[in-house]
Design a protein around this ligand. Structure first.
Ligand code: SAM
Length: 335
């Protein structure tokens, strides 16, 4: 089966990296057909994977479609390809297009697709059995049969101000989910956030079914984090108050560490020099993480990225505007 992912375009690399990490977490083998800022198209043999669970994880994708075809944005090509790529499934149909080009008129494209795909079928715009989706860009039109629209409003609904406890350090849920996904954590594996603060990362990891462990040097953070986890009815968690250096080895080795390190502005470092704290953090995270496990770490300064190289190899790194005045660096390290 070929899948077409319509990307949110909020970042050049992040939406694709997130999908790849989630495909890996579901053990799905895939080959890439096309990858650019608008779409990610893959072919996979495994049609029996947990598609619902997989699609519910994503935060930087709009839609997943069954890929039909792509072609240059010309009506002649479009008609030829649509005739070649018939839809076998029965049922009523709707054709919809999203136009990301300022130079192309989408009406002609919709009409051409509708002519081919609605022939011999009922057209039902409100509640169709089948929805043909076109994504129009300057260089190509991508056509798919809708499988699922990603529920991205959930991330806005969980924004920090709607929680019992929050602080200016709290990450936006969409970014916290992204970090969790980049770790490729599997359902039921254990994820540790040793600088958990208000619990933004733990909430997202708990929702996708990971077992979670959180710790923080501040007692009030742990109390607030507990309130937040209970608020979202997350069950499988352990929380404790600890300095990063004192996290007991008896929590066992964890499958992934996902954390947002203090950046010294509004978060406390208890007066410790940032590079010393980061050095200790990398060392202890590597002790707590199982062999080959991934640590996804948010940093405020790109100069700190290389501190982790002593303990890990760097798999990928991304920069992202986390708040209006703050760029965060998200690095995926592997032990
Ligand atoms: C950037 S915040 C984490 C924010 C969190 N991701 C959230 O969504 O709320 C960093 C946290 O590290 C904690 N912290 C600072 N120094 C620490 C240390 N030495 N050991 C453990 N936690 C520490 C702070 O109390 C703060 O809650």
């Amino acid at each position: 089966m070929k899948y077409l992912f319509e990307l949110s375009k909020e970042h050049k690399k992040i939406p694709t990296s997130e999908i790849i990490a989630c495909l890996k977490s579901e053990n799905i083998c895939f080959s890439i057909i096309e990858s650019n800022e608008d779409v990610f198209i893959v072919e996979t043999d495994s049609d029996d994977f947990n598609f619902k669970r997989f699609s519910e994880r994503l935060s930087y994708t709009y839609y997943i479609d069954r890929y039909l075809f792509s072609c240059p944005p010309s009506i002649v090509d479009l008609k030829k390809e649509a005739i070649k790529n018939k839809i076998e499934s029965k049922g009523s149909i709707a054709v919809r297009c999203k136009n990301r080009s300022k130079n192309i008129n989408s009406q002609d494209i919709i009409r051409t697709l509708a002519d081919v795909y609605s022939s011999g079928r009922e057209v039902e715009l409100d509640n169709p059995d089948l929805e043909v989706r076109g994504l129009i860009t300057d260089s190509a039109v991508y056509i798919g049969l809708k499988l699922i629209e990603i529920n991205r409003s959930q991330f806005e609904e969980r924004k920090v101000q709607f929680r019992p406890f929050f602080s200016p350090i709290s990450l936006h849920p969409k970014i916290a989910r992204l970090m969790v996904n980049l770790s490729s954590i599997k359902n039921n594996e254990t994820l540790l956030d040793p600088f958990c603060g208000t619990g933004g990362i733990l909430i997202e990891a708990g929702i996708i079914g990971a077992k979670i462990i959180g710790s923080d040097i501040e007692e009030k953070m742990i109390e607030g984090c507990k309130k937040n986890l209970d608020f979202y009815k997350i069950k499988n968690y352990k929380l404790f108050c600890s300095d990063i250096g004192d996290i007991s080895k008896d929590i066992g080795k964890v499958d992934a560490v996902v954390t947002d390190l203090p950046y010294g502005k509004s978060t406390t470092t208890k007066g410790e020099d940032m590079s010393k704290l980061y050095e200790r953090a990398f060392k202890n995270i590597s002790t707590l993480l199982k062999e080959n496990g991934k640590a996804v770490i948010g940093l405020s300064n790109k100069d700190f990225i290389n501190l982790g190289k002593k303990y890990f190899s760097i798999i990928e790194k991304h920069d992202l505007r986390a708040h209006r005045s703050l760029t965060r660096y998200f690095v995926v390290y592997q032990k």
